[in-house]
Design a binder for this molecule. Structure first.
Ligand SMILES: Nc1ncnc2c1ncn2[C@@H]1O[C@H](COP(=O)(O)OP(=O)(O)OP(=O)(O)O)[C@@H](O)[C@H]1O
Ligand SMILES: [Mg+2]
Length: 247
């Protein structure tokens, strides 16, 4: 199971990604969390400080090219195992990998290696891991073929605002165009009776995240989103989301 989490900025993508990972790790699954957002917020949401974060993958291009090759040839030999191990950081039974920022992206010099790197990563993860959760950059721009082809499911998170839902709808139809049919919508901080408009062609609603005062208070002094008093409720909504996808 390889799931990407997408949506408009600030809707709760990173929070949900961490909750889903923690839930699966609690079931003794082999969980890989991939931070594909250049803001690198997965680590902090897991409670890690700056100094505890693994080196972002884009800073390791030479190593990756040495070990897995480049161009048309990708070497899938067992050394890949320690490559991933060395570049990830274990936290609460999960493995955290950071994609990182490409210096000079947009100027033309950093994009090709990054594309290669993402493709390589996708191969490695498909081959290696049982449960992969990818926290995507906000919006639709990041939703390229490279990211989408590496996952088999998409969770779209939205708040009950027209702009959030429009972004969710665009992400959903773009992902469908790229062949990603398994999708689920998660509504965050919506009033209980709120129903998203049917004509927006959103993915089927899988779960609702209630507003959590405990989380808001927590974030005032800690970036971790884990170990909240509402753990049972969080487990239930994670279960509702994950049952939408093939294991
Ligand atoms: N249901 C909720 N109740 C209270 N606070 C919440 C809830 N969901 C998210 N938050 C808070 O809202 C903020 C944004 O959440 P989060 O970082 O998960 O969103 P995001 O979609 O990943 O944002 P970005 O687009 O910046 O990556 C965080 O401080 C988070 O703790
Ligand atoms: Mg985020």
């Amino acid at each position: 199971m390889k799931i990407a989490v997408a949506g408009k900025g600030g809707v709760g993508k990173t929070t949900l990604t961490v909750w889903l990972g923690d839930y699966l790790a609690g079931q003794q699954k082999d969980v890989w969390l991939v931070d594909a957002d250049t803001a690198l917020s997965l680590g902090p949401a897991l409670g890690l400080g700056e100094e505890d974060l693994p080196a972002p993958l884009v800073q390791q291009q030479q190593l990756i090219q040495e070990r897995v090759g480049s161009g048309g040839f990708i070497n899938m030999n067992p050394k890949v195992d320690d490559l991933l191990g060395g570049l990830s950081r274990e936290v609460r039974g999960m493995h955290l990998l950071l994609m990182g920022t490409v210096a000079g992206a947009g100027s033309g010099c950093g994009c090709a290696p990054n594309t290669l790197l993402k493709a390589t990563l996708a191969h490695l993860l498909v081959w290696r891991a049982q449960r992969v959760l990818v926290d995507l950059e906000a919006g639709v721009e990041h939703l390229g073929r490279g990211t989408i082809s590496s996952v088999d499911g998409l969770v779209v998170v939205s708040e009950p605002s027209i702009r959030g839902l429009q972004t969710a709808s665009r992400i959903s139809s773009m992902a469908k165009d790229l062949g990603l049919q398994q999708q689920a919508l998660v509504l965050n901080r919506a009033a209980e009776g709120f129903q998203p408009p049917q004509d927006m062609h959103l993915p089927p609603l899988a779960a609702r995240i209630p507003y959590l005062q405990s989380l808001e208070e927590r974030q005032q002094h800690s970036s971790s989103v884990l170990d909240l008093p509402e753990q049972n409720r969080i487990n239930e909504l994670c279960e509702s989301v994950l049952t939408r996808f093939d294991s």
